[in-house]
Design a protein around this ligand. Structure first.
Ligand SMILES: CC(C)=CCC/C(C)=C/CC/C(C)=C/CC/C(C)=C/[C@@H]1[C@@H](COP(=O)(O)OP(=O)(O)O)[C@]1(C)CC/C=C(\C)CC/C=C(\C)CCC=C(C)C
Ligand SMILES: [Mn+2]
Length: 420
């Protein structure tokens, strides 16, 4: 009965037209000469530059840098994951700009309220808030600073992401099949089309009818869960990058349309999306570095196999779980790379609307400190879980608050630097 009512409510809101992007995995085709021409110079990809630097490759200045191509196992050249993900970023940014423009032209009609249905929707959002508070307390507290509309929308997205992650990471994970993920995806399509399946879906259905959120990052997150089902090793950082985009970079892309960009920001929408993507990647890399031992006990090694080999390490060393100098050196490089992604993200946080900056700074600073804790544990991430202590968390909150007060620079030259 209540589901039917919510279905009616959400149906009435109409639906966001979903864009006809090819899924990222489909577009991950081998590089043809025209693709090289089109992709090479068109988008200067900051992250690619950053990784090239990390790998000790010298590509000259950032401006001169032309995106990297990677070789697949049979030696053929393919478009790098970063380049493909960057295309998604550009499309998301273009879409949000287009939708914002359309919104300005559209006359806002008053909502037709069906008796009894608004109460159900607000109950659905309250439940999302409870789930968020239960799983991510600090972040939940941060969301309380946002406007009520934005806060509820972020809770609804959080809950959908958490439920998606639980499918492959939760107690029923061993029963999850690719078919189950296909069903989850068609449920996602239904809710984007105003036909939610349950209360929590109804909250997200309402959110996507109000904010310019696209379905693509949601679909891509499900793709990441598919990847987790079929894969437990990553040959290169390029492969790992794609996984990180799917499961975490997508969260950044989902969140920006809700959090909003500060009206006074001079940075381009693309650069803000790129920073959001970088935060997702940084968080996921940190998560992987923190959980090396735990993942190994589940037979999973997310660390790039080629980089392990270059460091003179193998899966066996990870299963043995001995902290050696080889391991320390390897970890130092991995931490350096994760920090570079955090640095990239930090430039974008300031561009967000003022009320959204504090929760993002708080989550960034707290997650980033996990890297410091791994160092403090002398790189023993096999048997010691790095965590940020309560006092350190408490100190981070006012620091995050102070950072959130810094407005986007009005200095055009500085904003241009962000656009690199
Ligand atoms: C303010 C803020 C952080 C908003 C994001 C809120 C949101 C919708 C979060 C969803 C997170 C989620 C449940 C994702 C599912 C996949 C997953 C579990 C990813 C890992 C998160 C950490 O979770 P945890 O430590 O609990 O991991 P375990 O399951 O225990 O292993 C991830 C590591 C990644 C999450 C990614 C983000 C939070 C990206 C946030 C980016 C933004 C909000 C963009 C900000 C904008 C700019 C311009 C920087
Ligand atoms: Mn997880």
């Amino acid at each position: 009965m209540s589901v039917a009512l919510i279905w009616v409510v959400c149906n009435r809101f109409g639906f966001l037209e979903t864009t006809k992007f090819e899924t990222l995995s489909k577009s991950r085709t081998l590089l043809r000469s025209e693709r090289i021409k089109n992709l090479g110079k068109k988008h200067e990809c900051k992250s690619s530059y950053m990784n090239a630097d990390f790998m000790g490759l010298n590509y000259g200045t950032k401006k001169e840098f032309v995106s990297r191509v990677v070789a697949n196992p049979s030696g053929e050249l393919a478009v790098s994951s970063e380049q493909l993900v960057y295309e998604v970023v550009l499309k998301q940014a273009a879409l949000v700009k287009e939708q914002m423009r359309e919104k300005e032209d559209v006359e806002v009609k008053p909502d037709v309220v069906l008796p009894g249905t608004l109460g159900l929707l607000s109950e659905a959002y309250d439940r999302c808030g409870e789930v968020c508070a239960e799983y991510a307390k600090t972040f939940y507290l941060g969301t309380l600073l946002m406007t009520p509309e934005r806060r509820k929308a972020i809770w609804a997205i959080y809950v959908w992401c958490r439920r998606t992650d639980e499918l492959v990471d939760g107690p029923n994970a061993s029963h999850i099949t690719p078919k189950a993920l296909d069903r989850w995806e068609s449920r996602l399509e239904d809710l984007f089309n105003g036909r939610p399946f349950d209360m929590l879906d109804a909250a997200l259905s309402d959110t996507v009818s109000k904010f310019p959120v696209d379905i693509q990052p949601f679909k891509d997150m499900i793709e990441g869960m598919r990847m987790d089902l079929r894969k437990s090793r990553y040959k290169t950082f390029d492969e790992l990058y794609l996984y990180c985009y799917y499961v975490a970079g997508t969260v950044g892309l989902m969140s920006v349309p809700i959090m909003g960009i500060a009206p006074e920001s001079r940075a381009s929408t693309e650069s803000v999306y790129n920073a959001a993507l970088a935060l997702g990647i940084a968080n996921q890399l940190t998560n992987i570095l923190r959980d090396v031992g735990e993942d190994a006990r589940r037979g999973r090694v997310y660390l790039p196999q080629d980089e392990l080999a270059q460091a003179g390490l193998s899966d066996e060393d990870i299963f043995a779980g001995k902290v050696t100098d080889k391991w320390r050196n390897f970890m130092k490089k991995q931490i350096k790379r994760a920090r570079a992604f955090f640095d990239e993200a930090q430039q974008g946080v300031t561009q967000l609307s003022s009320a959204s900056r504090w929760p993002v700074w708080a989550s960034l600073l707290l997650y980033r400190q996990i890297l410091d804790e791994i160092e403090a544990n002398d790189y023993n991430n096999f048997t010691r879980r790095a965590y940020v202590s309560k006092p350190k968390k408490l100190v981070s909150l006012p620091v995050a608050y102070a950072k959130s007060l810094v407005p986007p620079s009005r200095n055009a030259a500085l904003s241009k630097a962000i656009d690199l």
